[in-house]
Design a protein around this ligand. Structure first.
Ligand SMILES: [Fe+2]
Length: 273
């Protein structure tokens, strides 16, 4: 990678890769992007301006496309989800930390977001390393969490109509169970796998019993020290590993248009660490 520069965004997650065109990258170059993704959790690639065909081809390098059943597809390319905010929209999607597709039995391994139209300010995306968060916990908490699983549900999409998501009733599925500390399927790293959007409760615990510990975990795992902030640029592409990081969309650009194209790539069932 002689003409590339790969620069870390923060101490615990994210790297910015400059000097590579994803649309014309060779297989061996994309393999380096993939291994960087598993190491850093988030790869930021400026100046890409991918066409929908480029975007799909890139996603297929990583695996089979996992078409999201809640987002509106791009009309001409139904495997691409449209993440759109209109100026008229009162509420902007985002504002909660989560990982994409944790409500699926085999959650998406990565998401690839391609900037189409950006607001004049704001709309940054934050990422947090779930592996660094795990390592920062006491051994007592680590050991307890390693023995727990938690239920995840897509039910929160039922109350998302104010942010432009209107799912069909048959889109909803039964909750699924995942270990609270997963073993990253590629690197074996421990990662905390509960999130505020989709996790319901711990297995064999009531929701009431689960809330205090889940609330503590959500506050702990998203401490600024574990995070990196991506400020979007025209043409930028960001790829993140949904097992290694969680993300947060900053909903601070009300009254402006923001249009992103997103493809999620299929993953595997998650094993405990
Ligand atoms: Fe997301």
């Amino acid at each position: 990678m002689t003409n590339w520069t790969l620069k870390k965004l923060s101490g615990h997650c994210g790297a910015r890769l400059e000097g590579l065109s994803l649309a014309s990258a060779s297989t061996s170059q994309l393999e380096i992007v993939r291994s960087s993704l598993f190491e850093h959790g988030v790869i930021v690639l400026p100046d890409q301006y991918l066409t929908p065909e480029d975007h799909i081809k890139l996603a297929e390098f990583f695996g089979e496309i996992d078409v999201n059943r809640f987002f509106t597809p791009v009309a001409s390319h139904p495997t691409i989800a449209e993440v759109r905010t209109t100026p008229e929209q009162k509420n902007v999607i985002g504002g909660t930390w989560h990982t994409d597709h944790s409500y699926d039995a085999a959650p998406a391994m990565c998401s690839i977001l391609s900037a189409q139209q950006l607001p004049p300010f704001g709309g940054d995306t934050h990422f947090a390393s779930m592996s660094s968060a795990y390592y920062a916990m006491s051994s007592g908490l680590q050991n307890m969490l390693r023995h727990l699983s938690a239920w995840h549900s897509d039910g929160s999409f039922g109350s998302s109509s104010d942010v432009g998501i209107n799912p069909k009733q048959d889109a909803f599925r039964d909750p699924v169970l995942h270990p609270v500390i997963i073993k990253h399927p590629k690197t074996g790293a421990p990662c905390v796998y509960v999130n505020g959007d989709f996790t319901l409760n711990f297995e064999n615990w009531t929701i009431e019993e689960s809330i205090p510990l889940l609330s503590y975990l959500y506050a702990f795992i998203t401490k600024p020290i574990f995070t990196a902030r991506v400020v979007w640029e025209p043409g930028m592409v960001v790829i993140w590993d949904n097992r290694l990081v969680q993300h947060y969309a900053t909903a601070d650009y009300s009254g402006h248009t923001r249009l992103m194209h997103r493809i999620t790539v299929g993953g595997v069932p998650l094993e405990p660490f």
